[in-house]
Design a protein around this ligand. Sequence first.
Ligand SMILES: Nc1ncnc2c1ncn2[C@@H]1O[C@H](COP(=O)(O)OP(=O)(O)OP(=O)(O)O)[C@@H](O)[C@H]1O
Length: 250
Amino acid sequence: MTTTHATSRGGASIGLKQAFFTYPGAAAMLFDLEIERSDIVAVMGPSGSGKSTLLNLVAGFETPDDGRILIGGRDVTALPPVRRPVSMVFQENNLFAHLTVEQNVGLGRSPGLRLREQDRTDIAAALSRTGLSGKENRLPHALSGGERQRVALARVLVRDRPVLLLDEPFASLGPALRDEMLELVKDLHRDRAMTIVMATHHPRDAARLTSTMIVVDNGRVAGIGPTAEFLSGKGPEAFDLYLGAQGRKE
Ligand SMILES: Nc1ncnc2c1ncn2[C@@H]1O[C@H](COP(=O)(O)OP(=O)(O)OP(=O)(O)O)[C@@H](O)[C@H]1O
């Protein structure tokens, strides 16, 4: 049996087909949309509109009450998160506090940390790529917020899935550091061409990273189109209202 872990180049399309979802006591959400393979997509909209829910449906942390989730044309609706071809990075708490940087990254390859020589080589390469060489043995509490998110991205690299979901991943970082992280994600996309979907409240981050924008409003897609057009005022009315309401926050 070969121990080499081939690097996947290229992403997978994502489809939500009449996917209904309702939290107990809340209004129903309905998502019906297509994302092209290897696209980089921003998901924007008011707080509570359903951005995280949309990402969680794709990742498998939530299951639709009705409808289907497709990834790369394959129906993954019944698959648990671990069996979906997806990595996800959250705003925080991506790392296990009692594991070192190297171990946290290693989890992307083997949940039981049974690592082979090739895995260790790939982990070292991912740490180098994300600027973490020399910090392998640190625990998360001894890292800055930006470094912790770099560890999460290094894990994405060794996990090597065709879809990357980012749920406000850099929201707690300052603008300069956010830009740096967005550049890193852009570089990873240049290498791997995975499909990236990022929920964000920052128009500037969407402009820097993404080509396509999905506007979510009230548990529905209010519009989907080129990020640049939406940001220049040609998006759906709900998007302008949202930007206006939050004072065109950077
Ligand atoms: N676990 C839960 N149980 C019940 N209701 C929930 C749960 N998680 C989210 N909700 C509700 O579902 C709706 C959508 O939430 P979601 O987190 O998807 O919004 P969001 O657009 O990501 O918001 P934000 O920008 O504030 O992160 C909200 O009304 C929220 O209160």
